[in-house]
Design a protein around this ligand. Structure first.
Ligand code: G3I
Length: 356
């Protein structure tokens, strides 16, 4: 009988506590919902990627697992640049890039190649190269076709030419323009297309959202290439932006690039919180929320362009710990959707909210 009474009491208590617990959850939801720990950016309705660092993939298991878990597309942050792949005239060096491609293939991820032609990250053998116009043309063609050929069938798309414009909308006076004239850009696309006719080819640059003059110059170039039948398939908008950039500017940038009819890649997204380089700034909830709102509005606008043009969004780096921003500008900053401990930030939730 005593046992029976105790059992009844225990059942009663556990039932009451269970109700109280349920009631508490229903009445007092957390005031600031923390980003979910389930799901993944791989579930976004378009490819979502990041620029990855090969040393971190190799040496940091937590970083590698985060990349595998979250992203459906991968760009090499540095491993496919000219100096990395082609350090001397007669040497190509594919170890790092091949490792990234192998990781992507093993985990069903798309690889976007960055970048076949840029004015930066050139090896000294190129900057010191002596030769006539034909020799420079051969150098350009040989590099593009050897690299694209090596990755044929493994790299889905390339930034063929990166950052060819100055802020005033004129062509940057790069070594390529000096040696070959600005129309080398068209030939770079043709060379890439000859080496892999299935690869999607992009012109990639920054500033579309804050510099209408430069944006017009970029759009004139890509429309000109298109009208001449040059094989260009997309425009990369780097979108290294800031929490206080206006939504209106971001929207006109994305919609005017989409008006070309080409695929649009937001190719290097980050949203800085410390654009004025304040050495003492700290990361607060209000900054985190402003950043989340900016990520959300970028994603939302991007999601509104025609589906066939949504090539994807790629963040430049993975977490605040590996972002290029703090080191480059020697300042504290927190530009990415994951914090220094690899935990999802409010910005992560902002990305998810952008496609709701
Ligand atoms: O690899 C060497 C290493 O051997 C050496 O010890 C070290 C000492 O400084 O330098 C290392 O190279 C650095 C490389 O990153 C790898 O860490 C270069 O100095 C440095 O200039 C390079 O910076 C990269 C930069 O592009 C230039 O290539 C950044 O990581 C990378 O985030 C940045 O990415 C660019 C995009 O390609 C184009 N759009 C803008 C974006 C941000 O600048």
């Amino acid at each position: 009988m005593k046992i029976y009474q105790n059992l009844t009491l225990a059942l009663f208590l556990s039932f009451s506590l269970g109700c109280a617990k349920k009631e508490q959850t229903a009445i007092n939801p957390p005031l600031v919902p923390s980003p979910t720990t389930t799901g993944s950016l791989k579930d976004m309705p378009f490819p979502f990627g990041a620029a990855v660092n090969v040393s971190l993939l190799r040496n940091n298991v937590q970083y590698k697992e985060l990349v595998i878990k979250e992203f459906s597309s991968i760009t090499a942050e540095n491993a496919m640049k000219f100096n990395a792949l082609h350090p001397s005239e007669t040497t190509y060096s594919y170890t790092d890039a091949d490792e990234i491609v192998a990781l992507a293939q093993a985990n069903g991820k798309r690889v976007h190649g960055h970048t076949l032609n840029w004015y930066k990250s050139l090896p000294t053998w190129v900057t010191n190269f002596q030769g006539d116009t034909q020799a420079w043309e051969n150098l350009l063609k040989m590099h593009i076709q050897t690299v694209v050929g090596h990755f044929k069938g493994k790299v889905a798309s390339w930034d063929v030419v990166n950052e060819a414009f100055e802020d005033d909308g004129t062509y940057r006076n790069s070594i390529w323009v000096q040696k070959l004239g600005a129309d080398y850009i068209a030939r770079a696309f043709q060379y890439a297309n000859q080496a892999d006719p299935d690869a999607l080819l992009f012109y990639n640059d920054y500033g579309h959202e804050y510099n209408a003059i430069k944006r017009t110059a970029i759009l004139n170039l890509v429309n000109n290439l298109k009208s001449r039948g040059i094989p260009i398939h997309g425009v990369g908008m780097q979108m290294h932006t800031r929490y206080n950039q206006t939504d209106a500017n971001i929207t006109s940038a994305i919609t005017s690039v989409a008006a070309t009819g080409l695929k649009v890649h937001i190719s290097e997204l980050d949203v800085v919180l410390n654009p004025d380089n304040v050495a003492t700034l700290s990361y607060t909830t209000s900054l985190a929320d402003l950043q989340a709102a900016k990520y959300k509005s970028i994603v939302k606008t991007y999601y509104s362009i025609p589906k066939a043009q949504q090539f994807g969004i790629t963040t430049w780096n993975v977490t605040d710990a590996d972002s290029w921003i703090p080191t480059t500008y020697s300042r504290p900053d927190w530009p990415l959707p994951f914090d220094r401990n690899y935990v999802r930030k409010a910005a992560y939730q902002g990305i998810l909210d952008g496609v709701k």
